[in-house]
Each structure stands twice: as C-alpha cells, then as structure tokens.
Design a protein around this ligand. Structure first.
Ligand code: GH3
Ligand code: MG
Ligand code: MG
Ligand code: MG
Length: 291
C-alpha cells in the first residue's frame, strides 16, 4: 500500500481536472469524479480521500449540495473539502466556508498556490488523524481503549434498540497476572499483555471491537452474536491463550460473557453482568468461561 495521501478531484470539465492533476499527481494518489453523485461514491470507497477538491458549477448537483451531503454523512463528514470554482463573489465564498469547507480557491487557478494550499491541508488532516488514533487506542497493545469501546458500544446498543439485532460482550481478565510481574518483571508482563492482545484481535472479526479495558482486562464486543456463539468464541480464545506461552511464560485468562437484553438494558449494565461472570469464573478456578 502506498503511504501517499489520497486526493479526490471533482470537476465536470476535463481540462480543469487535467490542470489540477498536473499540479498534484507526483505527490498524491488521485481519484477523479466528474459529477456530484460519483464524488459521494468515491468519498466512501477505499482509499478514502484525505482531501476533496470540489467544483461548484456542475450539472445535476452543484458543489454546495455535494458539500452538504458529505457533511451530513458520519463516514465522510471529517474529510476536508476545498472548493475550486469560478464563482468568485464574496457571497459565494462565504457560503462555501459556512458549509464547512477548509478553503475556497477561485479559477483560473494558480498552480503553485493550489499546490501549496493542498499541501497545508493534507498535513493538517494527517496530524488530526494521528491525534484521533492516539485518543482511541491503547499505546501498549494498539487495541482500542476504553474511551473508544464505550463510544462504539453506546452506538451499537442504540442501533439494536431501533432496528433489532444481537450483541454480546466478552470480558477477559488474565489470571494471576500480578505473579507474572513479580516473577518475571514488568517488561515481561507487558510482553504477555501484547501477546494476549494479539490473540484477541487476530481471533476476532473485523466488525468486532477489541479493547484494552484496564491493566490486564480486555473487552470484546461481538456484533450480531448470540450468547451461544459468544460461548464458542470465548472457549476458542481461552484455549489459544492457554497455548500461547509467550517467552516461556504460562498464561491463562478467565472469561465472562453476556448478551444484551434489548428491552431496556444499558451498556453499563451489560458490562456489569460480564464483570460479575468474570468474578464467578475466578471463583470456579480460573481459565474458564462463565455466562
Ligand atoms: P486474578 O487471577 O484474580 O485476576 O489475579 P491478578 O493477579 O491478575 O489480579 P490483580 O487485579 O490483583 O492484578 C493485576 C495486575 O496487573 C496488577 C498490576 O500490577 C498489573 N498491571 C496492570 N497494568 C499493567 C501493565 O500495563 N503492565 C504490566 N506489566 N502489569 C500491569
Ligand atoms: Mg464546473
Ligand atoms: Mg483484574
Ligand atoms: Mg487478573
């Protein structure tokens, strides 16, 4: 995969596209749309653009409407938009910026200025992606952190209450982890945490959320998964962790699982039930799954 930023060029006139591409194609990965509908499609498809250069006057849907739709869609609202347009009145520019565009450039374009302004916006986007990723991930394991888990869980619970569906939750607590630190040192403890995290994420589906919940506690949110399926999954993961033996250290974990009751149960309550199940798993001798 290239690490070049991706820019989506949107203009209904081929010569305009060619002019912009001439400025940008060496530095960036370019996608091209010649109407608003195509722009909306490409904004959501991989590679997702880091910046959209958007013409205003186009048949069917003008650039302002395209901008409104991009800002209304949660999966495209954070893509920066720069208008590149022949509409050069103060009112037009004001409207474009009010709709949430980060910049407004008028035609005829000056290639060096466009290139410089695009460069600035791409750097800002990359910095904001980095900050967002840091805010949502755990540094030690690279799993999602508790903050992201709660955000994601609340939106999944809200969706299930509206549209139906199932959601199960797995809470995992490493057994006698304090002893691992005491016996092998904190760094070895960290290695064990990373190894367990990697088993949990490679054993989960793309749509599941795998998070480090606290010190040696993890949570997996299982979308579209009944308690029976969660039980199978937990048993598989429990067995994989038991077989792991990172750096020669035997490690096991206790699992608590629970399925959301969509009639009024909150995420906090679901979490509390899984936590209680972990407590029972510890009482029952650890290295087991309890619901
Ligand atoms: P139990 O089987 O009852 O869960 O016992 P335990 O020893 O795992 O439970 P306890 O909660 O008492 O200990 C958790 C330990 O996890 C204590 C703490 O020092 C350690 N820990 C928490 N965060 C980290 C971390 O980031 N790195 C390392 N190495 N250890 C951590
Ligand atoms: Mg046009
Ligand atoms: Mg614990
Ligand atoms: Mg523990």
């Amino acid at each position: 995969m290239s690490d070049k930023a991706t820019i989506l060029l949107v203009d209904d006139t081929r010569t305009n596209i060619e002019l912009l591409a001439g400025c940008l194609q060496k530095t960036y990965n370019l996608k091209v749309a010649m109407n608003g509908k195509r722009c909306l499609e490409l904004a959501e498809s991989e590679p997702v653009p880091d910046l959209i250069l958007l013409d205003v006057i186009m048949p069917d849907m003008d650039g302002y409407d395209v901008c409104r739709q991009l800002k209304d869609n949660s999966s495209t609202k954070d893509i920066p938009i720069m208008f590149v347009t022949g509409k050069d009145s103060d009112e037009d520019e004001e409207l474009g910026l009010q709709l949430g565009a980060v910049d407004y450039i008028t035609k005829p374009i000056r290639p060096a200025i466009v290139t410089a302004r695009v460069g600035t916006q791409v750097i800002l986007k990359q910095q904001s992606d980095t900050l967002r990723s840091m805010a949502l991930h755990d540094q030690l394991t690279s799993l999602f952190n508790r903050h992201y888990l709660i955000e994601a869980a609340n939106s999944k619970v809200a969706r299930i209450k509206r549209h139906g569906g199932t959601l199960s939750l797995m809470m995992i607590d490493i057994d006698y982890f304090k002893l691992v630190n005491d016996k092998f040192g904190h760094q070895a403890g960290d290695t064990v945490l990373r190894a367990v995290a990697s088993v949990l994420s490679s054993g989960s589906r793309k749509e599941d959320v795998v998070a480090r919940f606290g010190g040696e506690e993890f949570v997996v949110l299982l979308d579209d998964c009944s308690i029976l399926d969660a039980d199978d999954k937990a048993e598989q993961l429990r067995s994989l962790i038991e077989q792991l033996i990172p750096e020669g250290i035997s490690v096991t974990a206790s699992f608590g699982i629970a399925e959301l009751d969509p009639d009024g149960e909150t995420f906090e309550h679901l979490l509390a039930r899984a936590d209680q199940a972990v407590y029972l798993a510890k009482e029952q001798g650890r290295n087991c799954v309890v619901q």
